[in-house]
Design a protein around this ligand. Structure first.
Ligand SMILES: O=C(O)C(=O)C[C@]1(C(=O)O)C=C[C@@H](O)C=C1
Length: 275
């Protein structure tokens, strides 16, 4: 089965970019968003059959996949609402955490397969959406309902140039806690540290600080939801990070040249291997 008409619930940066990329492959689009400015912008592109801020109208449309692209706690609430309405069409999402979303979908009894496109930007909103945002990026699928046509969802994303991988929701949350959520915390914390110690130093930043801190400009609603939903992993991972910072502090306190050299050499070698 191919998905021919996809309805997006939430048309921000992620929903907008996915929608634009599917439109390039001839998929029919509809959109639901509570922000009427966003809907007006979507209508202006001429790519959307329907654009509405009314959930009843959305659910009455003739689409064959509902794609939820809301901040993760709103996504869970939306899923619960679909369960209340005994919604039966296939539903997927683009949330950055997967265990909680899978729990909400199971509870709601909907036909669901979780998803997470691994790309983004530090800016948000439909105006910043780009058809090419996810080209070459991973798309993680966390299947839930046996009746969901996971192969069709895989093909939809592969056609958009994405690399599709299947994971268990818990494995997903641990992995992306480590390589996405923890780096965001360290970026937020680093900018905060500079501002607390000497805010004027921000006037003199070079490329190193700017590269490292780009993601500190990310959307507060999205990231607060992620940390609330992935809390147990984050507490563990922050402890690991603190232990690593302690190693650095000790090495510097003890003028341990060998330890510092080896820590940098090891990190540099791993970083160079990233494609
Ligand atoms: O590039 C960025 O701005 C991102 O934050 C993208 C990023 C990431 O951490 O890599 C962030 C959250 C999404 O769930 C997936 C990708």
């Amino acid at each position: 089965m191919m998905f021919k008409h996809i309805a997006f619930a939430g048309l921000g940066l992620i929903g907008g970019s996915l929608a634009l990329s599917f439109a390039e492959r001839g998929v029919k689009l509809s959109a639901y968003d509570l922000n009427t400015d966003t809907l007006a912008k979507a209508v202006k592109t001429g790519l959307f059959e329907y654009a509405t801020d009314d959930i009843d109208e959305l659910l009455s449309l003739d689409f064959d996949l509902l794609y939820i692209c809301l901040p993760v706690r709103s996504a869970c609430e939306f899923i619960t609402e679909l369960g209340r309405r005994k919604f039966t069409k296939p539903v997927t999402d683009a949330s950055s955490t997967k265990a909680d979303v899978a729990g909400a979908a199971k509870q709601a009894g909907i036909t669901f397969c979780g998803g997470h496109p691994i790309a983004g930007k530090e800016v948000s909103g439909f105006t910043n959406a780009e058809a090419g945002l996810f080209k070459g990026a991973y798309h993680i699928l966390t299947p839930l309902s046996p009746e969901f046509d996971t192969q069709a969802l895989r093909e939809l994303h592969e056609a958009a140039g994405m690399k599709v991988t299947i994971m268990e929701p818990e494995q997903h949350d641990r992995t992306f806690g480590l390589v996405s959520h923890l780096p965001h915390i360290t970026a937020f914390a680093m900018v905060q540290t500079v501002s607390a110690v000497d805010i004027d130093a921000l006037n003199y930043t070079g490329a190193g600080f700017k590269d490292f801190s780009r993601i500190a400009a990310s959307d507060p609603r999205m990231w607060t939801d992620i940390f609330l939903e992935n809390d147990k992993n984050m507490i563990d991972l922050i402890d690991s990070y603190i232990a690593e910072m302690e190693r650095w502090k000790n090495a510097i306190q003890n003028s341990d040249e060998k330890a510092m050299y080896q820590m940098i050499e090891h990190a540099a070698e791993l970083r160079r291997r990233l494609s």
